[in-house]
Ligand binder design. Structure first.
Ligand SMILES: Nc1ncnc2c1ncn2[C@@H]1O[C@H](COP(=O)(O)OP(=O)(O)OP(=O)(O)O)[C@@H](O)[C@H]1O
Ligand SMILES: Cc1ncsc1CCO
Ligand SMILES: [Mg+2]
Length: 258
């Protein structure tokens, strides 16, 4: 949906969040105009999924004992026709790959948002990483396209270059904002923004708009402040203040390539 529609409809975004960044994620969904809710209690899932417009599953601090419950959550969202976004934090670490494989075998994941190393794992391409961070280099367009072909999901690959691919169309946002990488959780936040924008239907266009929103807010914040602490606050303010027209101008002004 468009930014103005988010402000109007206030999509409810159910975040199965990690325990590192839930406050940051909830605030970003809130300032953009959506309505965040965090939960991880199985008994609550049917009601919450029914009320939600999007479900965002972040596997960053998953316990193995939560796996079956999370699969149930994704299945409930599938049955209700709600978009399911997966943020597969550090999925390339072998013990972290197993539960993600299990989730994807038993439920449909509509959109996967990860950094280049995480998306490379789905593509079957080597890409170096250190913990939660992508540290290597590679052809990120090709990696996103391959990952989309292999998973059937829309891929949102983030980093210096953001790439969005559904296996047919591949879009790139090529804008370097190093400060965006200085606060832990900007990726988690981006996954929740993607859920918010896809709350009225899943599309590559909605996914691209979410990524452009984050990048543009980052560009604006980095013009005003130069250090991580101020940056994260400025980023929240820029997300809050962003207008539909500014976002359209960024998207149509050459920021996005085929
Ligand atoms: N060097 C960079 N230049 C521009 N933007 C960047 C850069 N690195 C990251 N970003 C932006 O930061 C946001 C988060 O992407 P990133 O790839 O860092 O996610 P992540 O590794 O999952 O982060 P985290 O694990 O901390 O949540 C995206 O909006 C992305 O465009
Ligand atoms: C640092 C960290 N560890 C697990 S999740 C997370 C937050 C970034 O996704
Ligand atoms: Mg991440």
């Amino acid at each position: 949906m468009k930014l103005s529609e988010i402000k109007d409809k206030k999509p409810l975004v159910f975040n199965y969040a990690n325990y590192v960044t839930p406050q940051f994620v909830a605030n970003v969904v809130n300032v953009i105009g959506g309505s965040p809710i965090m939960a991880r209690e199985l008994e609550e899932f049917p009601d919450l999924v029914a009320a939600s417009d999007a479900v965002v599953i972040n596997s960053g601090t998953w316990r193995r004992s939560e796996l079956l419950e999370t699969i149930k959550l994704a299945q409930l969202a599938n049955q209700a026709g709600k978009v399911v976004v997966l943020d597969p934090v550090a999925v390339g670490i072998p013990s972290r790959s197993l539960p993600v494989v299990a989730l994807m075998a038993d439920a449909q994941i509509d959109i996967i948002r990860g950094n280049a190393a995480e998306i490379a794992w789905f593509a079957g391409v080597d890409f170096s990483s250190q913990g939660i961070d992508a540290t290597g280099n590679g052809d990120v367009r090709k990696i996103a396209l391959l990952a989309a072909e292999k998973t059937g999901a829309i891929i949102a690959l983030s980093g210096k270059q953001d790439v969005i691919s559904d296996g047919h169309t591949t879009l790139t946002i090529d804008v370097d904002v190093p400060l965006l990488a200085t606060n832990v959780g900007t990726g988690d936040v981006l996954s929740a923004l993607i859920g918010t924008y896809n709350g009225d239907g899943i599309s590559i266009e909605n996914t691209m708009r979410a990524m452009a929103t984050m990048k543009l807010a980052g560009v604006k914040a980095s013009k005003k402040v130069k250090t991580p602490g101020y940056f994260v606050n400025q980023l929240l303010d820029e997300l809050y203040l962003l207008s539909e027209n500014e976002l359209d101008a960024f998207i149509n002004g050459g920021g996005i390539h085929d």
